[in-house]
Design a protein around this ligand. Structure first.
Ligand SMILES: *Cc1c(COP(=O)(O)O)cnc(C)c1O
Length: 433
């Protein structure tokens, strides 16, 4: 399979190049040339198939031409060592819990899959060590660090802003050791991101070491998220509830919902989609006006969705040939401010006993307000509420229990390399490695 750039000014790439490079030469995002429809038979029987086997079928359609099937199956099985259950919240609203991975966030699937696919290519090509640079405000760093932990041939550098990530998040990437190095930057998240960007553009550094990125622009990170949606459909069909399914995705960079739309293109029978935003409502406004107008992000309670220029918008736009009409026919939007997020978390907890995290709250509310009476809605609960313990406890006046898996990280010894936000310092450090 060949991959083209959404900017159409770069040469076609094979999967290996798309994964190793991340972004195309013209700064566009890679898109597969063909999106295969899965056979009707697969959908007819999907309710009898496990999450792992559903994922293997979907992965074969994406990557089967470029990865040996035995190896691909192993990559999928090794990635998905956990489940993705659907929980009933009200008569017509269900929560797709994407937080059962090692760091309790949905990004675990993409990060683990990418790590294993990259290792496969390194082994095949007998490549030198690959170095992954990732800037994080919290969630991405923990998912990527844990996804790549112990994977031979790859070293990960996680850059995070000093004092700006929650203690639970910090433990998830500073206590791992092995091939994971945490770098504590004396600055804010934007400084971390700027350092990573400068590193990719620095010729001397790129001659010294092979660098790649692991954010959701990478096809190996965002496409595997489609597994979730096929599984959601299967688990709802199992209960005879899949005829008029509405899928609602709390969105920031729009990688997650974009993978769901790929699923739809492959034949997944979802009736329509809702993209739920916090106050960062760039996509919502695009739906209303047909104009895409990025803005600097605003800080909110649902901070993993604080994105002012969602990178995967380019993929969605490309998928529907830039047709605002096609996009609005299939996808609607919603936007909620912090006050509404709080209100929704309280209301849902009081009425149903279900503890939403601030991201999932946007999804739940969009369904509550937007479902028609014949429809059944499924929203993605993208993080375990305990990951946002300080906020959730305060809003709901509870003392939410920290799951064993999270607590285990907090027992480890925190190790990080202190660094200024000056690129010269960062470069000197990497050149010495
Ligand atoms: C990353 C993230 C999101 C947003 O997902 P996108 O793919 O960037 O749209 C939502 N919720 C949580 C908890 C996240 O970590």
């Amino acid at each position: 399979m060949k991959y083209y750039s959404t900017n159409k000014q770069a040469p076609l790439a094979d999967l290996r190049k798309a994964v190793v490079k991340g972004l195309a030469e013209d700064k566009g995002l890679y898109m597969p040339e063909t999106i295969h429809r899965l056979p009707q038979e697969f959908f007819d029987n999907i309710q009898d198939i496990s999450f792992q086997d559903i994922a293997y079928n979907v992965a074969s359609a994406f990557f089967g031409e470029d990865v040996e099937l035995d190896a691909l199956q192993e990559i999928v099985y090794d990635t998905l060592r956990f489940d993705c259950p659907v929980a009933k919240i009200t008569d017509n609203i269900y929560s797709l819990e994407l937080f059962h991975g090692p760091t309790l966030a949905f990004k675990d699937v993409g990060a683990r899959f990418m790590a294993r696919l990259l290792r496969y290519f390194i082994r095949m090509e007998d490549e030198e060590q690959v170095n992954v640079l990732v800037a994080t405000s919290g969630d991405t760093g923990s998912a990527v660090a844990n996804g790549f932990l112990g994977v031979e041939g790859i070293h990960v550098y996680v850059l995070y802003p000093k004092g700006k990530v929650s203690p639970i998040q910090e433990c998830q990437f500073t206590t791992l050791g092995q091939n994971i190095t945490a770098i504590e930057i004396d600055g804010v998240f934007d400084d971390c991101q700027a350092l990573v960007k400068s590193a990719f553009m620095d010729k001397e550094l790129n001659q010294h070491m092979k660098l790649t990125s692991a954010n959701s622009i990478n096809v190996a990170r965002f496409l595997p998220q489609a597994f979730y949606y096929f599984n959601a459909y299967a688990r709802m069909k199992e209960q005879g509830l899949a005829n008029q399914l509405v899928m609602c995705v709390p969105s920031g960079n729009f990688g997650n919902i974009c993978s769901a739309l790929f699923g739809h293109r492959m034949g997944l029978p979802i009736k329509r989609f809702i993209a739920a935003n916090n106050s960062n409502d760039i996509f919502y406004n695009y739906l209303l006006t047909g104009k895409y107008e990025p803005r600097p992000s605003i800080q909110t309670l649902a901070n993993a969705m604080d994105v002012g220029d969602p990178s995967n918008f380019a993929r969605i736009y490309d998928l529907y040939n830039g047709s605002h009409e096609q996009i609005t026919k299939l996808i609607s939007g919603a936007t909620y401010n912090d006050q509404q997020i709080r209100e929704t978390m309280r209301e849902c907890f009081a009425e149903t006993g279900y503890i939403l995290d601030p991201h999932g709250a946007c999804g739940y509310r969009a369904l509550k307000e937007g479902l028609k009476k014949e429809e059944i809605g499924v929203f993605c609960e993208t993080a375990h509420p305990a990951k946002f313990k300080e906020k959730v406890d305060e809003i709901l006046s509870i003392d939410i229990e920290i799951p064993e898996r999270l607590a285990a990280f907090m027992k480890g010894e925190k190790k990080s390399v202190p660094m200024s936000k000056d690129f010269a310092d960062f470069k000197k450090y990497l050149m010495s490695r």
